[in-house]
Design a protein around this ligand. Structure first.
Ligand code: ADP
Ligand code: ZN
Length: 606
């Protein structure tokens, strides 16, 4: 503004002479005036004959024509101005320029502020910023072929694909197509992958975001983002909106027992429900949401017309694991010694993401050894690493420690191999892995969903077998059995308290359910009497003592094999299940080995 004031061209030239009216008349009479411009209010401007400018003012009293006559007589060139004439476009611009610049400056600063605030929206546009809120892919190339296994889930979502491809068919029949699909499953099982594949199969845009990215920074932003998202999806319809971790916004409204009020989340949720209700069924926008905690979702979300279809995606079973491994083995050089079926059997509880990671780790392992072909050892190594943490050097143990670990692990392995209902032993090792000094690995032959009492009792004996062997061979127990005992006690406690497997306690379940964050039951006390507690304790102790007696009995009757296997372990550090069974079969006492009695987990028994 200062600049403008200074630069502004002077509207009056410095050489202006201010004349009184009498002086002016005098000048006219003396023929000193060349021109005169008369304004409407009697202002006089003009030039004198010597080139100077002058101003003057005509008093309103004298008759105008008299002045005119005088001017004409002295040949003064006369002009008159209209009122608007002093008001040119140029001066208008000059007068308003500072204001315009000032406004411009504000807009510019606003823009800058908006940019520096990033995704949060600027000074002027909170919640309007579309940056980074969701990821958009116009036509994902993922198809159902990229999702291994899960044929059931695929069949369920293929209805959505059909709807997105031909929404008009549904309108013609008067049917309302699916609006929302809720995918339930643990992390890494491929929920995102599946949703993307639905978009890929239908050839529609895929808008993905996480629930937590809705709830950010400013109150009310979540709701406005939901609005933006749905508006954008409608523009691109048919389209798929994918919301990961929907529990972040879709949690039960009013939950939290009055400890927290979460207005923001509720607003977001309400907005989403409103948007979903407001869909014209013909628009062809389908919302797919994923969660691993369906029980925390607000029931309003699951109402018909919202997420009325739920597709459950559990952890993959053996066959599915094999298929997933095959998908990820594509494009990698897998050696001929690798049997993906065996790998699949050895990885119960692995999710699709874990399996992808396993293959990748194995490949990295091969690269580290300057090989381009992935061998079975690479995969074993990778699995152990994922399961048990980093493998340490085997000389971390003192020699006598190594001996007692060998005896301990042999105890587990023999009891497992000799118990008719236990899972077959896959591998025994005294190489320390992660927290464990040695590991006896049992592999189930099939997936199990129910565990009979006999299986659980054998499992107790296997867990106590390590300690029993130490007592038998070395003559004293060690701290190495701490985890075994804790695991066995936990299992026995559940057998008695939850599963009704004790005759004295009877068919009662004192299960406290899943202890929630704000579960107060442990503060209020147990839901049973002191006397019951005593009975439970006694029954747990009985189960454990009986199991230990059974383990000791088995080991005493196979003392020769116990020493043999322990010696072999000390020498070789790792022996697999086949060798163990061979040793047992060669011995005189017939062994009741390997009947199918599987579990869902390969429980490494430290
Ligand atoms: P979620 O969304 O359930 O947490 P993702 O869809 O992100 O899991 O899956 C993570 C990764 O795991 C995928 O990118 C894929 O590489 C792998 N994966 C999971 N399930 C499968 C499957 N069924 N087939 C092939 N790969 C899978
Ligand atoms: Zn043990």
């Amino acid at each position: 503004m200062m600049l403008l004031l200074l630069v502004r061209p002077p509207t009056t030239t410095p050489k202006v002479k201010a004349l009184t009216y009498s002086e002016f008349l005098g000048s006219v009479r003396a023929d000193k005036v060349k021109t005169a411009t008369i304004g409407t209010e009697g202002q006089l401007k003009g030039t004198l004959s010597d080139g100077l400018s002058y101003t003057s003012q005509i008093p309103s009293i004298p008759p105008q024509n008299q002045l005119q006559a005088l001017l004409e007589a002295h040949k003064v060139q006369e002009t008159a101005t209209s009122p608007s004439n002093g008001f040119s476009l140029g001066t208008l611009l000059l007068d308003f320029l500072p204001l315009v610049l000032l406004i411009g400056l504000f807009v510019w600063m606003g823009r800058r502020a908006q940019k520096s605030l990033g995704g949060a929206g600027g000074l002027m546009g909170i919640g309007n910023s579309k940056a980074k809120v969701y990821e958009l892919s116009d036509r994902p190339s993922t198809t159902f072929a990229d999702v291994a296994g899960y044929e059931g889930a695929k069949a369920e979502v293929s209805e959505v694909v059909d709807f997105l491809k031909h929404p008009e068919r549904y309108t013609k029949a008067g049917a309302v197509g699916p609006k929302g699909v809720l995918m339930i499953g643990p992390p890494g099982v491929g929920k995102t992958l599946m949703a993307r594949a639905v978009a890929g199969e239908a050839g529609v845009p895929f808008l993905a975001l996480t629930g937590s990215s809705f709830v950010e920074m400013f109150v009310g932003v979540g709701a406005s983002r939901v609005r933006d998202l749905f508006a954008d999806a409608r523009k691109r319809a048919p389209a798929i909106i994918f919301i990961d971790e929907i529990d972040a916004i879709g949690g039960r409204r009013g939950a939290g027992g009055g400890f927290t009020t979460n207005d923001e989340r509720e607003q977001t949720l309400n907005q989403m429900l409103a948007e979903m209700d407001g869909f014209d069924p013909a628009t062809g926008v389908v919302v797919i949401a994923a969660t691993n905690r369906p029980e925390t979702l607000d029931p309003a979300l699951l109402r018909p017309g919202r997420f009325d279809r739920t597709v459950e995606i559990p952890l993959p079973n053996v066959a599915e694991r094999k298929a997933i491994l095959a998908v990820h083995a594509r494009g990698k050089h897998i050696g001929p010694d690798v049997d993906l079926g065996v790998v699949a059997r050895g990885t119960p509880g692995f999710s699709g993401a874990d399996l992808a990671n396993l293959i990748n780790e194995a490949a990295i392992n091969a690269v580290r050894d300057n090989r381009s072909v992935v061998s079975e050892a690479d995969i074993d190594h990778a699995r152990d690493r994922i399961l048990l943490g980093r493998r340490d050097a085997s000389n971390a143990l003192l020699p006598e420690e190594k001996h007692s670990v060998a005896v301990h692990e042999t105890g587990h392995a023999l009891v497992a191999a000799l118990s008719p209902h236990a899972d077959p032993v896959a591998k025994v090792t005294i190489l320390p892995s992660g927290q464990a000094l040695g590991v006896t690995e049992q592999l189930p032959e099939d997936e199990r969903h129910l565990y009979p009492e006999s299986y659980l009792e054998d499992s107790l004996a296997v867990r106590l077998g390590g300690r029993a062997a130490e007592l038998l061979v070395i003559g004293e127990a060690s701290t190495g059995a701490a985890n075994d005992l804790a695991g066995a006690t936990q299992l026995a406690l559940r057998m008695v308290r939850e599963w009704g497997l004790s005759k004295r306690v009877g068919p009662v379940s004192y299960s406290t359910g899943s202890p929630g964050y704000l579960d107060m039951s442990h503060v209020q006390g147990r839901p049973y009497a002191e006397a019951t507690q005593r009975t439970i304790d006694e029954e747990v102790a009985r189960l454990l003592t009986e199991a230990e007696a059974r383990a000791t009995e088995l080991l005493v009757s196979h003392r020769k094999e116990l020493d043999q296997v322990a010696a072999l372990l000390l020498e070789r550090e790792t022996i697999d299940g086949k060798e163990l069974r061979a040793i047992l079969e060669h011995s005189s006492v017939p062994a009741a080995v390997t009947q199918a009695a599987p579990t869902a987990q390969a429980a490494p028994t430290p």
